[in-house]
Design a protein around this ligand. Structure first.
Ligand code: HGY
Ligand code: MN
Ligand code: MN
Ligand code: MN
Length: 417
């Protein structure tokens, strides 16, 4: 398929990214964004996107958990389709590019292919995954996990949001009904899947490269810990008899940091991102503390080995301090490898466009981590300023976005021809 570099209307893409960014619950104005799954804001964002899909002449399907598929029918619609997309939910106080570049970039790729007169045999679908971020229920990628069969619906049964509402209650209140068993896609639904995303790391910018072609996606695991100590009056309880849950937690988070730093693998990362103190009163000794652990490595075995060391270290700290420790694994996923065919398609697109690229791993996880279980999958990265992400100052230039969309468009054209 010889296709000249398609003329991306990057002003249109940037304008749509900015309109989407304005649909936010963040107390700060854009570029700070908060958009949590199944909130009113999430639903407004979905309606905005649906309008864009329909303007582009795509047919839209929404599954029982809210995964959305906007389809450009190919000349042979019975063939397995090519999918491309990402997520539009945004963690609190984050930026405007994480995930959204992959959804709006896929839409723009289809628009430019249409404009260029491309007529793919295979249908191409823009996919917007529900709940890529773990914000509301603690587990990320629930939409793509269910779609790929990585989890079955019962895995959602004991998930609660901060109000104590179940996943099912919240999704139905948001207007998504039907059986969650119908979310799983058959193995031959997609011929290939490719996701455009900001790198969320510093490598491409530091090397002055335009594109990253992802070869593997790191393996994420998430745990919840609860420490039960003994509360009491901040003035009346003397130090030797205290069983202070917060001080135990403080020692534990430092042990986690130490064990991650001591790991044999430089790719091992561990983060305690959320910590809740009860009762949280100035003059009351913390009786209960809950905290999260996000731990990842490209090497799944090393991740699990360090996670086991952490569990042992925390148990020893709990014993010595006379507090109780409860630990719950939320998920521990294997890494994913990109398909050679996707790497080849993206690299040939880069060559046609005369762009500079490198092969690289993704340290962030993505819905592609799960799509790789049901289709040959790949990812295309664009640089982001300073490698910053999950912060309001996350930024990619229009030129970088345009190069990413052009690369995606040519990759899709090859996969769908
Ligand atoms: O945490 C991640 O890697 C993704 O941004 N949700
Ligand atoms: Mn993210
Ligand atoms: Mn993302
Ligand atoms: Mn709720």
């Amino acid at each position: 398929m010889s296709l000249d570099p398609p003329p991306v209307n990057v002003e249109r893409v940037v304008n749509e990214l900015e309109q989407l960014a304005a649909i936010s619950d963040c107390p700060e104005p854009p570029p700070a964004v908060t958009r949590v799954v199944f909130t009113e804001t999430d639903l407004r964002a979905r309606a905005f996107l649906r309008g864009l899909y329909e303007q582009a002449g795509l047919t839209v399907r929404v599954d029982p958990i809210g995964n959305t598929f906007a389809r450009w029918e190919g000349s042979e619609p019975v063939l397995p389709a090519v999918g491309s997309g990402s997520h539009t939910d945004a963690i609190p106080h984050s930026g405007i590019y994480d995930g959204t570049v992959g959804v709006l970039g896929a839409l723009e790729a289809i628009r430019v292919l249409k404009q260029a007169g491309c007529r793919p045999r295979r249908s191409i679908e823009v996919v917007m995954f529900t709940s890529e971020e773990p914000t509301r229920f603690g587990m990320g990628c629930t939409g793509s996990r269910l779609m790929s069969g990585a989890i079955t619906p019962d895995a959602l049964a004991d998930m609660r949001d901060s109000d104590g509402d179940t996943y099912d209650t919240v999704r139905q209140q948001a207007g998504f009904s039907g059986s969650l068993a119908d979310v799983a896609l058959p193995g031959d639904y997609y011929h290939a899947f490719v996701e455009l995303h900001i790198e969320q790391g510093p490598e491409l910018e530091a090397a002055s490269l335009d594109i990253g072609v992802v070869t593997a996606i790191a393996a994420p695991a998430a745990f919840e810990f609860a420490i039960i100590g003994e509360g009491g009056h901040a003035g009346a309880v003397l130090m030797p008899s205290r069983r202070d849950a917060l001080n135990a937690a403080a020692e534990m988070t430092l042990a986690i940091e130490r064990l991650a730093k001591e790991s044999r693998s430089p790719d091992l990362v561990a983060t305690v991102g959320r910590l809740d103190v009860h009762p949280g009163a100035v003059n009351s000794i913390p009786s209960r503390v809950a905290f999260s652990l996000d731990i990842r490595d490209i090497d799944g075995q090393n991740r699990d080995a360090v996670a086991a060391e952490i569990q042992e270290a925390l148990a020893a700290i709990a014993d010595r301090r006379g507090v109780q420790l409860e630990s719950r694994e939320l998920n521990a996923d294997p890494p994913a490898q990109a398909a050679d065919s996707l790497i080849a398609a993206a690299e040939s697109a880069v060559a046609v466009l005369g762009l500079k690229h490198q092969r690289m791993i993704s340290r962030a996880y993505h819905d592609s981590l799960f799509m790789a279980r049901i289709a040959p999958t790949g990812m295309i990265f664009i640089p982001c300023r300073g490698g910053v992400s999950h912060r309001p100052d996350e930024f990619s230039t229009p030129e970088q976005i345009s190069a990413g969309v052009q690369t995606l468009a040519l990759t899709l054209a090859q996969l769908a021809e």
